[in-house]
Design a protein around this ligand. Structure first.
Ligand SMILES: [Zn+2]
Length: 475
C-alpha cells in the first residue's frame, strides 16, 4: 500500500518543489542578467588576467610575510594593478601587523639514530639562543594525548606531536589537525616542556616542512616550536618506536621586531541603482615566507581581481558595488581584516554579500552558502547558472574564510564557490608554494565560477537578508 502511494507522493513533492522556487525564479534575475552571466563565464574561460596577476605577484614581489619588505611591496603592487585594471576608488585601509623574523632553524635527532632533518619554525615562535635546546623527547599524538600524560612527564623535555592531517577535498582535515600548531607550544609549556616539534600540518610525502602561525597564551612560558615534514615525522616515529631513549636538539634564531604599519588594498566596480550595497570579494595579500605564496593566497588575489576586471568590462554595470579587498596579514592574526572591520564599522550592514578565495587555484567543485533561508532559492538559481561546471550542491553551512569572519558574524550572507583543496595542503605554507602549483586552466575555471556567482549576487532583484542563525562549528 505504502509503496503504491510512493510515486504519487514523490510526484506531488516534485511539483511543489519546482513550482515554489519557480515563482522566485521569474523575478530574481532578468534575462539580461543571465545573459551577462553566460558572457562572463565564456570570457573567463579564455581570460589570461588572473594567471598573469599571480605570475606577476609571485615573480615581482615574491614572499610577503607580515611586516616584511615584501609585504610593503605587495601593497604597492596591488594598488598599481588595480589602477591598471581600471578599478574605481582604489585605496588602502591601514593595519598594524606583527613583524616576526624567521631566521634559521635546525633540528637533529642525537639518539638513538643520529640524523638531521629539514625544519621550519612555526610562525611567531621564539628562538632558542645560539646554544639551542637539547633534551629527551616525548612523543604524543595530539593535545588530548598530551593532557592525558602523568604529571611531570614532559618536564624539561622536547614534545613531539605525531598526528597526521587527513587529506580531504573541502579541507576539513586541516581544522582537525591544526590545533597542535596553534596551541601546542603553550599546552606543552604549561606542563614544563622545553620546546616542541610537530609533524607538519600538511598532506604531502615530500620533504617540505610546513610553517603557519602558532599562538602563545600568557599563562605559560613561550617555548620554541618547529615543524618537520611528513616523511621525517614518520622516521622520528620509528625512532621512538625502537623503544630506546630519544634525544633531540633544536636551534632557531627566530625573533620578534616591533609591529609595522601595513595596509589592506581596496578597489571597486561601482554599482548603479543599488550602489550603496557592497558585494565584497576577499582574498589576502600577505603570505608566509618559505615559498612565494602562489596558492596561498596569490591565486585568491588573482581570482578576485580577475572577476572584478571581467565584470567591469561588461556592457552593463552591476546594480550593487563589487568591492575587492586584498587583506593585510591574514596569516598571523588577521589584523588586516580586523582593521578593515573597525574602519568600516558604521558601514558593516552595507556589506550585503561576501565571497572569499583563500583555498588555492581551484577548480571550483561545489557551491555552498550561508544565506538567510529566504534566499536559498536565489542560491539555487545561481547554482543553475553554474550548471556547465557540474558542481556539487553544497549545504547552507558554509564557513567562508578567515578574512570575512567578522562581517559574517555580523550577519552578512556568504556564497562559497568551493575551491578543490585535495592537493592544497601538499604545498600550503611550504617552500614549494610557487607558481608551478597553479594550474592555469583550473584558475580560469575558478574565475569563471566566481564571476558568475558574484555577478548574479550583485544583480539579485530582491534584498539579501541578514543571516540570523548561529554559525555551525567549522567542519
Ligand atoms: Zn591563506
Amino acid at each position: 500500500m505504502r509503496k503504491k502511494n510512493y510515486p504519487i507522493l514523490v510526484g506531488l513533492l516534485l511539483a511543489l518543489s519546482t513550482t515554489a522556487p519557480a515563482a522566485e525564479k521569474a523575478q530574481a534575475f532578468t534575462r539580461a542578467d543571465l545573459a551577462a552571466a553566460a558572457t562572463l563565464r565564456e570570457r573567463a574561460l579564455t581570460d589570461a588576467t588572473a594567471y598573469a596577476l599571480v605570475e606577476s605577484l609571485t615573480t615581482e614581489v615574491g614572499p610577503r610575510p607580515a611586516g616584511s619588505p615584501g609585504d610593503q611591496a605587495a601593497v604597492a603592487w596591488a594598488q598599481r594593478e588595480m589602477q591598471r585594471l581600471g578599478f574605481a576608488n582604489v585605496g588602502t585601509v591601514d593595519a598594524f601587523v606583527p613583524h616576526w623574523v624567521r631566521g634559521e632553524a635546525e633540528f637533529s635527532v642525537l639518539a638513538p639514530f643520529p640524523q638531521s632533518m629539514p625544519t621550519l619554525a612555526l610562525g611567531g615562535s621564539v628562538g632558542t639562543g645560539s646554544e639551542g635546546v637539547e633534551a629527551d623527547g616525548v612523543m604524543v599524538k595530539d593535545l588530548d594525548a598530551l593532557a592525558a600524560l602523568p604529571p611531570g612527564a614532559v618536564k624539561d623535555k622536547i614534545v613531539f606531536f605525531s598526528n597526521r592531517m587527513e587529506r580531504t577535498r573541502d579541507g576539513s582535515g586541516y581544522g582537525k589537525a591544526v590545533a597542535v600548531r596553534a596551541g601546542g607550544p603553550s599546552a606543552a609549556a604549561a606542563l614544563g616542556a622545553a620546546a616542541i616539534v610537530i609533524r607538519s600540518i600538511g598532506t604531502s610525502d615530500s620533504r617540505f616542512p610546513h610553517t603557519g602561525a602558532t599562538r602563545y597564551t600568557n599563562a605559560a612560558p613561550r617555548i620554541p616550536a618547529l615543524a618537520i615534514s611528513n616523511p621525517d615525522a614518520d622516521a622520528l616515529v620509528r625512532q621512538f618506536e625502537s623503544g630506546k631513549p630519544v634525544r633531540l636538539k633544536l636551534r632557531s634564531s627566530s625573533r620578534d621586531l616591533p609591529p609595522v604599519r601595513s595596509a589592506s588594498v581596496v578597489g571597486e566596480v561601482p554599482g548603479t541603482d543599488r550602489a550603496g550595497e557592497i558585494v565584497i570579494l576577499g582574498a589576502h595579500l600577505d603570505s608566509w615566507d618559505p615559498g612565494v605564496g602562489a596558492i596561498d593566497d596569490g591565486a585568491g588575489v588573482a581570482i578576485m581581481m580577475g572577476v572584478a576586471k571581467l565584470i567591469r568590462e561588461l556592457d552593463v554595470k552591476p546594480k550593487r558595488t563589487v568591492r575587492v579587498v586584498l587583506f593585510a596579514n591574514e596569516e598571523f592574526g588577521t589584523s588586516g581584516s580586523l582593521a578593515y572591520l573597525a574602519a568600516n564599522e558604521a558601514e558593516a550592514p552595507r556589506h550585503v554579500l561576501g565571497f572569499e578565495a583563500d583555498f588555492g587555484a581551484g577548480p571550483v567543485w561545489r557551491l555552498a552558502s550561508r544565506v538567510n533561508p529566504a534566499q536559498l532559492p536565489v542560491v539555487e538559481q545561481i547554482y543553475h547558472a553554474l550548471a556547465p561546471f557540474k558542481l556539487v550542491r553544497g549545504d547552507n553551512e558554509a564557513h567562508g574564510g578567515a578574512d570575512l569572519e567578522g562581517l559574517s558574524k555580523l550577519g552578512m550572507p556568504i556564497i562559497e564557490p568551493g575551491l578543490d583543496g585535495t592537493k592544497y595542503f601538499d604545498v600550503h605554507h611550504t617552500a614549494n608554494d610557487t607558481l608551478a602549483q597553479v594550474d592555469p586552466q583550473a584558475l580560469r575555471q575558478s574565475v569563471a565560477a566566481f564571476a558568475v556567482s558574484v555577478w548574479l549576487g550583485a544583480q539579485y532583484s530582491g534584498t539579501w537578508e541578514r543571516v540570523t542563525t548561529e554559525k555551525a562549528p567549522r567542519r
